[in-house]
Design a binder for this molecule. Sequence first.
Ligand SMILES: Cc1cc2nc3c(=O)[nH]c(=O)nc-3n(C[C@H](O)[C@H](O)[C@H](O)COP(=O)(O)OP(=O)(O)OC[C@H]3O[C@@H](n4cnc5c(N)ncnc54)[C@H](O)[C@@H]3O)c2cc1C
Length: 388
Amino acid sequence: MAYMAHMAYGLTYFVADQVNSNSMCRDTTTYACRCQPGQLCWPTDDDWTTLNSTGEGNLLALKTLAYPCHSPDFNAAKCAHIQSNTHNASYRSLQPGAMQYENWGSEPTRAEQCYVETPRSVPCGQGRIPLLSAAVKTTQHIQAVVRFTAEHNVKLITRNTGHDFLGRSAAPSSLQIFTGNMRSITLRDNFVPAVPPGITTPPMGVRAVTIDAGVQLGDLYEYLRAKGAMVVGGFSMTVGMASGNIQGGGHSVMGWLYGMTSDNALDKQLPNSDLFFALRGGGGGTFRVVVRVSLNSYPDCPAIAVRTKYTLPASINRFWDGIETVHNHLLDLNDSGGTGYYLITPESPTSALLNSRPSPSLNFCTRFTRDHGIPFLPLAGRSKRRRV
Ligand SMILES: Cc1cc2nc3c(=O)[nH]c(=O)nc-3n(C[C@H](O)[C@H](O)[C@H](O)COP(=O)(O)OP(=O)(O)OC[C@H]3O[C@@H](n4cnc5c(N)ncnc54)[C@H](O)[C@@H]3O)c2cc1C
């Protein structure tokens, strides 16, 4: 049983314990838990230079993305470029000085912010954007940064794409590990996962894909599609798969068939089972820096996306009758091999119209249903025997 658990959910990762003798400190106003710039404990220029050379010159001082849009650093050309890309998730994902949601770059307790939309005369503050970034490419680079932050008690932050909904890939006065350049993807037909000590029976080889920490979903899907394969992954093309997505569990349109993304992690090189469980739902950045992950892959399958728009006066309840009918059929759809997402949204909160937007909607894996002998039954004619 223990063997099965290990096999099912392992991650390849680098163990990176941080020294935290002040872990009970709760002073979030002065950030006294970690060494701050200006304090004696703060690394010297020589320390930073040494770290930079260990990382083959990958260290840079970070500014917030929008700083060229504000005095005294205003630069019209740079600012125009940033303004035209400010809502481009792909662009933002590769800017270590940006979060996907601008608000996570600001720090209200220090009254520091730097928005691209505010006037040039508004000063640009560093906010929660780390002071330095190490654009790592190897495990050794990551190890060097982790050891450095432990030695100097500097706050360590790992950032891949900056999608974190709670802003956890940024923190004031921190040193950032930026994994966006670690983009290797390899699909193997007969991948044999590593097993914990004491397991003598080698596991069966499976078709699996191994991805580095910086791989984004869109790149992974493109790579796999060319090989007729797919994985259980999320919706946004710019979310990082091995980083925050899988460590948060990872939900997917394929979830009903194949489980969560973390259920599909194969390779396990962890020192103990607590970490093994922690990394499949404990949240990105909570425990360790993940270097790469190997995941089950599945045969690619066709998907159906449907968008339906209803235009009805708000006073008429027939729309909700329709929604109820769809829900009455959901388990039947699952029984028929259907898996997917749906969204139901009003056109606007104040609109008298309702706009149903399934996206990408109920997604039938027809090849799966065929291969497994599951009859595909269209909606019409199914019984209303269950309510969801
Ligand atoms: C538009 C959008 C769509 C989304 N769609 C889906 C979806 O369909 N399915 C789904 O499950 N989730 C979805 N999410 C949530 C997404 O999976 C999480 O926000 C996830 O944490 C993002 O991970 P990231 O590495 O891309 O982002 P980041 O902000 O870079 O990192 C997120 C967290 O992981 C940590 N982290 C980053 N790299 C590493 C690493 N190598 N090792 C350890 N920790 C690391 C960071 O410190 C941070 O705490 C979506 C989010 C957005 C904004």
